[in-house]
Design a protein around this ligand. Sequence first.
Ligand code: SF4
Length: 478
Amino acid sequence: MNYADSARIKAVLTNCWFLYTENKKNADIIIFDTCSIKQKSEDKITGKLKETLPHQKIRITWCMIQHNLRNQKITEKELPENLKRGNFLGSLQTKNPEIVGITADEVNEFRNNPSPDKVVGINNAFNPLFYTLKKKQANIELFWRIDDTGFLPLILQKLGYQIHHDTETTNEYSKIIPEWFNTSMNNHKKTAYIPISSWCNQFCSYCIVPYARGLEKHYPKEQIIEEAKRHLASGCKEIVLLGQIVNKHPEFIEILKTILSLDGLEWLRYTSPYPNFYTPELLFLHETENKLCPHIHIPFQSGSNTILKAMRRGYTVEQAKEFIKNIRSLKRKISITTDMIVGYPDETEEDFQASLDLAKYGNFDMIYIGIYSPRPGTFAHKNHPDTIDRATKRERRNRLNELLKSISKANNDQEIGQIKKAIVDKIHDQEIYGYTDNMKQIIIKNKSDSKINVGNFINVRITKAIPFKLYWEIVENS
Ligand code: SF4
């Protein structure tokens, strides 16, 4: 999601004639598009801030600032009468371009001398983190909500920049369409990441997302399709639809079907779906549509009903298994990967054994294992004391990982001899790296006379399997 967001920020700023550079040292302005899913992500940003040079201006957006924003209480008395109270993030939402980019001085002036006819803006205004960080890091210039990205030109004008923008400003995030190659996190730059919804209403007990990002929004189907068409017309080959619960979009099936019918598409993926929002129709599409990749990444988090209930996931392990059974019964073989958390408060050895059992049942090709750590502000942090010690958490993570390795190796062994389509993502020395439609990482020994380039789709045959990776040979160029 952050790649898709960064691409939108870049689109808006290049539209104001800012020049982009990958070289941090050359930059006059550095933008941090932050994540706060884990405390570690926030700590990383704090470390990176120290690496900036004093003359470089720092701007920060997304979760880290929004998650801290919600901790700031704004009383109704502090707001002018003509302003609507914002969402629970404590920020003000507006479609009025006048109401943006207030400076600290203006806030203070307003607080000292409130006047109902004066418009008050968003962004730095009510964010205590801005002031805390600014004391340590004087070159911090701006915090802004990612939703206000379309208003960046106005915010920057307010900050004193003499800038012009080529197209109209909009605060409708989904209307900002970046160049497809900018959204790609792969070396091959053939993938476009398209957000179809944002944020989340699920409120899983451990998760900061609904607090950091806000309540769920679904983008209009027409805009999503328009974006997909533009990317494909420019040379994009793989589209990945994004959403916190991507399959909850009310028109998800229609969106998939329409994109699958577009010229130029090779592969269509989506992430992350939620078990409860799968429909038989969606599974049927996986069975019948070759371009809908045979890979489902579906977070199950735990195999214990007690823990699933405490996590407020809204399904039981029996339902999870039924769902896996439905995928396995499709005529087309689908690779399943998942996320699991170990060491959730009060997780007993029996609970953990149930997670191991689910891992075996699911026969997952990959499990992204998270060690539980409490995030302030979440339901779990307030109500479920972190009772499992670090050593036990790590030991459980290691046991689950050992099991995963053996499952992955056994699954990969079964692919020996098969021919699959893959995309080349990197060529380094004598090796070609890429991935298949079912999201298996591949390594091919490169021959010096090979005409393969990054971004090529190639047909490959597996020759050797190790956990998480497959060695292949090239059959033919596709
Ligand atoms: S579904 Fe749960 S874990 Fe996923 S983003 Fe929403 S609240 Fe967080």
